[in-house]
Design a protein around this ligand. Structure first.
Ligand code: URA
Length: 238
């Protein structure tokens, strides 16, 4: 591809990339090149002494803190994109589904629109797992109601699994596994069985588990295995 296009993959606009090239900030195989039209593989290009530029689709995981929006930009609130360094923000990443502002945990961001679409479409059955703390004592009857498919005011939820981890008089802790993601779905399901939520964290999407080493607000790229696992799940493996 053209050198200016390869440099733009680092998160620059085409005109910024051309300026960087003409300013001698771009090395190809270690030597400065000032011709934006040169044909080159991105893996041979370095900008400002950084690592080689990667082509291809990106998939990141973010540990979303409470108060941050699952959006690409917002005038009032911080978004998950704001948690990334500047060049990464300009790679065309978008979130895979949404978490409410007060909900924490795993958000995937990707440049791959087809993958994002398939991970949220019920057809591909990618599981989403949430750790939920709720009011009151959860019982087997609640798990049965989730498994039967709860009827809410405007739709009937697909069968969901409720694994009760702690059941106390005042509050309980459980993992809930869904293969769909309607607006406020988990909150509404817990409210429907009489156990309003106190806190909700997403811990897994398909084969990708929130990395316990990531503190709230931190992110990392998916490993090759994680990315391959997601693609396989969505019928996109080569
Ligand atoms: N269910 C909810 O109620 N909220 C979320 O953010 C995700 C699932």
């Amino acid at each position: 591809m053209r050198l200016d296009k390869a440099v733009a993959l680092a998160g620059l606009s085409r005109s910024e990339a051309r300026k960087a090239i003409q300013g001698g900030r771009v090395l190809v195989d270690g030597a400065p090149v000032r011709d934006p039209a040169m044909q080159v593989e991105p893996g041979r290009v370095r900008l400002d002494g950084g690592g080689v530029i990667e082509a291809g689709e990106l998939i990141l995981m973010v540990n979303k803190p409470a108060g941050v929006l699952t959006a690409t930009e917002d005038r009032r609130f911080e978004t998950v994109l704001d948690l990334l360094p500047e060049p990464m923000r300009r790679r065309g990443l978008g979130p895979v589904g949404r978490l409410d502002k007060d909900v924490t945990g795993l958000v995937l961001l990707t440049t791959d629109g087809q993958l994002a679409h398939r991970l949220i479409a019920p057809k591909w059955k990618a599981e989403k797992v949430y750790r939920a703390r709720c009011q009151g004592r959860l019982t087997g009857a609640d798990a049965e109601a989730f498994a039967a498919g709860l009827t809410l005011s405007d739709f009937t939820a697909l069968p969901a699994r409720l694994d009760i981890l702690e059941a106390g008089e005042a509050e309980s802790l459980a993992d809930v596994t869904l293969t769909e993601g309607k607006f406020h779905q988990v909150k509404r399901m817990f409210a429907a069985v009489g156990h309003p939520l106190l806190a909700l964290e997403r811990t897994r999407i398909g084969c990708v588990t929130l990395d316990p080493a990531l503190k709230a607000g931190e992110w990392r790229r998916l490993t090759e295995d994680e990315a391959e696992g997601l693609r396989k799940l969505c019928g996109m493996d080569r």
